[in-house]
Design a protein around this ligand. Sequence first.
Ligand code: PLP
Length: 477
Amino acid sequence: MSAGLGEGEMVMMTKTTDEYRASASAHLWRHFAHPDASAINVMVRGEGCYLINSDGDRFLDGVSNMFCANLGYDYGAEFAEAASEQLTALGYQAIWGSASPVAIELAERISSHAPAGLSHVFFTPSGGESVEAAWKFARQYHGLRGEKRWKALSRRLAYHGTTMGALALMGLDDYRATFEPLVPGGVRFRNTYRGDRPADESEEDFTAFLLADLEERILQEDPATIAMLIVEPLQNHGGCLVPPAGYAAGVRELCDKYGILLVLDEVITGFGRIGAWFASERFGFEPDMITIAKGLSSANAPIGAVLIHDRIDEEFRQPGRVVNHGNTFGGHPVSCAIALRNIDIMERIDLPGRVAAKESELRATLEALMDLPTVVGVSGAGFFLAIELRSAALDGQRYSDSKLAEIYSHANIGARLAARGVLCRVMIEGGRPLMYIGLPLVADTSEFEVLAAALRGVFTDLAHTYGWFRADGPPAI
Ligand SMILES: Cc1ncc(COP(=O)(O)O)c(C=O)c1O
């Protein structure tokens, strides 16, 4: 049975789409989803920036699956070759008492692209586990220096993973509430959303306000109990929030002043998404640790890591000390071989350079949609952008949360976009409807145009349905 694709593009399927859906409903618990799977897409193949389902329908992948398929879907044969070579040589080797050549080589290659001083690499199986590991290293580091520090500061609305430790850093209430009480020590502070600040506040004053707010939070918690502070260089949730000028240096100063380790979560932004290997550099952050995952293998294998600065390494390196954390699959040799191949390809096609060259074109394509009353604005950088959508009626009256949930439901947005051949969705965060755009980093003008045409169609439909066009007539489409 094939996926209804053209000749030479056969994908072997053992069931029909309906049989897969019935089987998934019976046996597969999807993540953050109701167990009923009677309407799901069963994706069987990738091609460029497109995903193809079991009925042969093609969808432009507007979010790189989970902001992770950085290379899109055309490099499978190269990854298969790397995996096959490694599996033939040695299918598994732990990196506890010994190590595999690929883990050693990958650590060196990552360091060669990392910001200065971040030359040590600890491998994990995922982004959340990278964050967990960083928090443990921060606690151990302070312990080695004779200090008992355990707390971690993270920003409101930030997402750092869902394991119990990482969940204590979660800034989105919906993911947290079900599981409280959480691991103690997670403390939230303000993110860099500017929309609720006075319109005439200068960027400099906004930065000063954010830093004063942060320092107050640090003092409230007792600085001597705080092990680390974790931020994304560009915060995803809350609307792809770019830090204002001076913020990165100010956060570093506060961390130094109070002996707090600064961790940059680059699980999404690492490996090209912001037009640089690491976004920390682009925005001027000087981290003690960086957490990575997704783009490290372009999602072709589950692998993450913590990058560790020389000054942290020095403490652990003293005689008689050990890194007191580990697991079975962190640094799995097959994942390492695939990540190495991923870096080879990224270097070969200069993926970060491509994003840097194309980002303003992508942004302009999306900003052109602001002629529609559905679109409030576009934020972000690189290939990591958020479109803020309308949250008020034509008379300026803000919609209730339940009305917003209805307007931006899957039926109204996700399903309509999918019908136009594009995969994207809207999340309502801090009362603001936000559509995230995270195309594979190999996307080009033709994909930008496909995306924009589908968005224009759906946003126009919404504006008609909810009466957002003014009486003097809708703009031409
Ligand atoms: C910034 C950030 N950190 C951590 C994570 C957790 O990664 P994982 O889902 O691999 O555990 C995510 C996941 O999306 C993320 O976006």
